[in-house]
Design a binder for this molecule. Structure first.
Ligand code: ASP
Ligand code: MG
Length: 469
């Protein structure tokens, strides 16, 4: 019994045209597989709009959420009107759209009255986009004569109660998914499941975190013992660099899980490492494909111990960062300075993107989002008050407007000289490197650069190391 799980991202269901293409892809694959399950995201931009509605309502603005309601209503109605020829299907769906969006308006009204939005309310509100699209796509497939049913993931994926970033409880979920979906799948009915959403044991809606519909696909593939997972998006696969920045960026044909995790961590808009963990653990083949060019092969993501081809595969950047340095001559050989520095950072709920300490031990530097700098410096100064008065630590300071540019490729692990190529490329362009760190997975090299050098650095590395590698 060959089983495929396919997930369509926001742009792949973003309007009538995209939904039509997604439906054709599903119909085509329905012939090729014994069992096929589909996961959908909300239309692109819808989750953001829902969040904005909730936040503005919480801050006492009674207008914006109503305007958002009307926009979302118009957008979904427009898609339905374009897609459905039969009057019955169309009017049923229009009623459904109004009903579900009506919940959004009601919830936002309560938020407005209360003047606050709890994480729990936020999940009820943000789940709305996926709920509508699952119904639209399911009806569209049905209209084409295919047995199909919209399924809310609240029937399938049980999570903890950490609203907005819930973790699946796989013990229960592993039982619920097959109980609910196998009868459908065995009858040749395609379930169209809402991505992103889960439910607590008590029946309260949760969400799996932004971008969580990939996670839904991974969870379902695990529970259904799928043979493959295909993630449909709006690019031809995972790219060597951001094509907006580097026009000759290319599709990467094969990536390993550690490479793709490293890329996601360092800012490329690809799969979140957490979301693909259930797939990695089982070694299920995973593809990233383009809804708008279904014939192009896409990127295949494979298990790690693959023959390493000695290459850098991609270069990516995270912007909006600052580098904080704790420095002082009295730090040499004193145990615990790093531990205390980072527990001060952790006390502010901030996660560190990159760390570098020279072996002279006279400074530790690390990179964090710029928005968190003031609170971090204050927390470290409080923690190190004694060392600062004794002048064992001279100062804690930040360099703002930096980026982390990361080159990713398992080749870094085994091919001497690749680092030199990267530094050479930057040297030719006269770009100064502020700090470096080689990931312990040894499949990424991260460089802290001044923000104004980022675009040039990416182009140079792409040209000299990736294209001619
Ligand atoms: N719609 C959700 C989001 O925008 C989930 C997803 O797209 O994966 O985060
Ligand atoms: Mg997404």
């Amino acid at each position: 019994m060959a089983t495929l799980v396919m997930k369509f991202g926001g742009t792949s269901v973003g309007n009538a045209d995209a939904l039509g293409k997604a439906a054709n892809i599903v119909l085509e694959q329905a012939h090729a597989w014994d069992r096929l399950a589909v996961v959908v995201s909300a239309m692109s931009g819808v989750t953001d709009a829902l969040i904005q509605g909730a936040r503005t309502a919480a801050s006492g603005d009674g207008q914006t959420y109503q305007a958002i309601f009307s926009e979302l209503q118009a957008r979904h109605q427009h898609a339905v009107n374009e897609l459905f020829s039969s009057e019955g299907d169309r009017s049923d769906l229009l009623v459904t759209v109004d009903q579900i969006l009506g919940e959004f308006a009601t919830l936002c009204h309560s938020v407005y009255v209360l003047g606050e939005v709890t994480p729990r309310a936020m999940d009820a509100i943000t789940s709305i986009g996926e709920r509508i699209i699952a119904r639209i796509l399911a009806s569209l497939l049905h209209q084409s004569g295919k047995g199909c049913r919209a399924v809310d993931a609240t029937e399938l994926i049980v999570t903890d109660a950490k609203f907005q970033n819930a973790a699946p409880r796989m013990d229960i979920t592993r039982k619920r998914v097959p109980d609910r979906l196998l009868p459908m799948l065995n009858d040749g009915v395609i379930p169209v499941v809402t991505g992103f959403i889960g439910v607590t044991e008590e029946g309260v809606t949760t969400t799996l975190g932004r971008g969580g519909s990939d996670y839904t696909a991974a969870i379902l593939s695990d529970c259904l013992d799928a043979d493959e997972v295909w993630i449909w998006t709006d690019v031809d696969g995972v790219m060597t660099a951001d094509p907006n920045l580097v026009p000759d960026a290319r599709v990467i044909p094969v990536l390993s899980y550690s490479e793709v995790s490293e890329m996601a961590y360092f800012g490329a808009k690809v799969l979140h490492p957490k979301t693909i963990r259930p797939i990695i653990e089982r070694g299920t083949p995973l593809w990233v494909k383009n809804t708008f060019h279904p014939a192009s092969p896409g990127t295949r993501i494979v298990l790690d111990p693959q023959p390493v081809d000695g290459k850098i595969k991609a270069v990516t950047a995270i912007r909006g960062l600052s580098m904080v340095t704790v420095e002082g001559r009295g730090m040499l050989g004193v145990p615990g300075i790093a531990a205390r520095t980072f527990s001060a950072v952790a006390s502010q709920g901030v996660s560190v993107l990159m760390i570098s300490q020279a072996s002279s031990e006279q400074s530790i530097c690390f990179v964090i989002p710029s928005s968190t700098v003031a609170s971090i410096i204050q927390a470290i100064e409080e923690e190190m008050a004694l060392e600062l008065t004794r002048m064992d630590i001279d100062r804690v300071w930040s360099l703002d407007d930096v980026v982390i540019v990361t080159a990713v490729g398992a080749g870094l692990r085994s091919t001497p000289g690749i680092d030199a190529l990267i530094f050479g490329a930057l040297g030719h362009a006269n770009i100064n490197v502020i700090a470096i760190a080689q990931g312990s997975s040894e499949c990424s090299l991260s460089l802290v650069l001044s923000a104004e050098d980022a675009a040039q650095a990416i182009k140079e590395i792409h040209q000299e190391v990736i294209l001619s590698g």
